[in-house]
Design a protein around this ligand. Structure first.
Ligand SMILES: NC(=O)c1ccc[n+]([C@@H]2O[C@H](COP(=O)([O-])OP(=O)(O)OC[C@H]3O[C@@H](n4cnc5c(N)ncnc54)[C@H](O)[C@@H]3O)[C@@H](O)[C@H]2O)c1
Ligand SMILES: O=C[C@H](O)CS(=O)(=O)O
Length: 509
């Protein structure tokens, strides 16, 4: 049976753990203090809310207040749009190599301060420190990619169709971009949107998630040091709805780049319609994880563990439905439950911690609702670690015998809960995998390359992990189909999102 974080002999959390938590929190709170992460960033200045109100920031592992950011609303959002709009002409016409150089400095500052940034992520989002460090490394990778891609916004010439005509295609920055980001990767989601936007010559107003605003403010602090001119990069913190209405309703904002739930994505999409904004929407997932009976079971179990439990299941690409073919079902279930039940759960500052808390109480209530629904429908529950004393934790859980009509088949769990479903044929697996409204990530385990290709061809998804539970790559076009959104982030695809082609037709006489 697994346990909460490693304990001392008498069963209380070891002094070493308590010391690690205390020291980790102290390091992160020193970053908040020394970097003065208490004000939003508008037009190159650090600003309070007009009302002087503050929005508390909570440590999800302890449930206590660890910081406060400006509780901004419409007026401050409008000032950020003013700044971004005024900065756009100069920034968009600046030489690409100059934009690239500033992005490179931003990238280097992210790397120089990666330990401070990782501590901040663990404190405000809860993920274990080594996962937070991997998030910072991911953010650095995106910043690096777009510091280079900034110089590759290439145009084209078209073969003449008339002897006295020439056609030249140019690329132009879209304009002011509103970037609204989620809490599960509070740094990477900001960099993954802003780096390509800034590389393309756009200016940006970021509204981070209210649960995790500090990482976005830290990114702004480093962007300021990197030399982004005033108004080019802005971060507004506060009440989502009025800020969102200001950003989506203002005709000067030419694009919305949103990462978050499908529900909110649909709402924001509708709010953008009156001013016809360009959209990049990275929305909800519900990833199928398919294990065929010729798969290497140990490889499949290892992949399912990473895909399911990374960030305590709070990623858009987590395995949300694990489908195992009849012939290997019992073997897979036995090994997967054993692996799941050895995981430690606790404060992310404890060295080697595997599972941190969920982001807030609402997230815990949602997963409890989905588990109760599945159990009532007939699922068998195989619980892992006991819960730590405080914080927003939920126990790691494997569910077998899950009925196909359980709510968790269609809803994103966003928790360390793994429903397993049995299937018989390849066609049945694909039909079940596609029987949802989203299509972001998916996984297939087999050692038959023809079977893998047949399944990958038919999966309704933007990403297919093949014998691999992790699929992130800064150069790949990340994004989904159906209600997982539209547009792509990463690689040249990510830069193109923030560019508009314009063709010039020359009569040459
Ligand atoms: N596709 C991806 O790349 C990706 C990445 C991470 C998370 N997600 C998805 O995000 C969801 C979890 O993140 P979340 O809980 O932060 O999502 P969420 O939709 O609740 O919030 C996302 C962002 O939208 C803001 N927001 C919420 N309501 C708003 C409104 N009315 N107006 C303006 N802004 C508003 C929030 O403050 C936050 O900044 C999951 O569904 C997950 O799959 C997708
Ligand atoms: O949560 C969504 C992220 O996009 C996951 S990942 O960073 O792409 O793996």
């Amino acid at each position: 049976m697994s346990s909460v974080a490693p304990k001392s002999a008498d069963g209380t959390p070891s002094n070493a753990n308590e010391t690690a938590i205390r020291e980790g929190r102290a390091r992160a709170r020193a970053v908040i203090r020394d970097w003065d992460l208490t004000r939003a960033y508008i037009n190159g200045e650090w600003r309070e809310a007009d009302s002087r109100e503050k929005l508390d920031v909570i440590d999800p592992a302890k449930g206590d207040v660890i910081g406060g950011v400006p509780f901004m609303r419409t007026s401050e959002a409008r000032r950020a749009i003013d700044a971004a709009s005024e900065a756009f002409p100069a920034w968009s016409t600046r030489l690409a190599k100059d934009r690239a150089a500033i992005l490179r400095r931003w990238r280097d500052l992210l790397e120089t301060h990666q330990e401070e940034l990782a501590s901040l992520i663990t404190l405000e989002q809860g993920k274990p420190y080594d996962q937070a460090m991997r998030e910072v490394v991911g953010a650095i990778a995106y910043a690096e990619w777009y510091s280079e891609e900034a110089k590759r916004a290439y145009g084209q010439t078209m073969p003449a169709t008339q002897r006295d005509r020439r056609v030249v295609v140019q690329k132009h920055a879209v304009g002011v971009v509103a970037a609204i980001t989620p809490w599960n990767f509070p740094l990477t989601m900001v960099v993954r949107k802003c780096a390509p936007a800034l590389a393309a010559g756009c200016t940006v107003v970021v509204k981070p998630a209210e649960d995790t605003p500090l990482s976005a403010l830290a990114a702004a602090k480093l962007a300021h040091q990197a030399g982004f001119p005033p108004g080019v990069f802005n971060v507004v913190t506060g009440l989502p709805q009025p800020i969102g209405e200001a950003l989506t309703g203002d005709e000067r904002v030419r694009m919305l780049s949103f990462t978050g739930s499908t529900e909110v994505g649909k709402r924001l999409m509708a709010q953008c319609a009156p001013t016809m904004k360009k959209l990049s929407l990275e929305l909800g997932g519900n990833a199928p994880f398919i294990v065929m009976d010729d798969a290497d079971i140990d490889v499949a179990v290892a992949g399912a563990m990473i895909s399911k439990f990374r960030n305590s299941g709070q990623t858009c690409v987590c395995a949300n439905r694990i489908f195992v073919q009849d012939g290997v079902y019992d073997a897979f279930v036995e090994k997967f439950i054993a692996a799941s039940n050895t995981q430690t759960i606790g404060n992310g500052f404890i060295p080697g911690m595997e599972l941190g808390p969920l982001i807030n109480r609402q997230a815990v209530a949602k997963v409890e609702r989905l588990v109760q629904n599945a159990q009532k429908a007939g699922a068998t529950l195989h619980y892992g670690a006991e819960l730590p004393a405080d914080g927003h934790f939920t126990r790691p859980l494997v569910m077998t015998d899950v009925p196909l009509d359980a709510d968790c088949f269609d809803e994103e769990l966003f928790a360390p809960v793994a429903p397993i479903y049995r299937f018989e044929t390849e066609d049945e697996a694909i039909t079940l995998a596609n029987r949802v409204r989203t299509g972001l990530s998916s996984y297939v385990y087999s050692r038959d390359v023809g079977r893998i290709q047949r399944i990958a061809d038919r999966l309704e998804a933007g990403v297919v992990g093949i014998n691999d539970g992790t699929t992130s790559h800064e150069g790949a076009p990340f994004g989904g189909v159906k209600e997982s959104g539209q547009g792509r982030e990463g690689g040249h695809w990510g830069l193109e999102e923030y560019l508009e082609p314009k063709y010039l037709n020359y009569a040459i006489g």
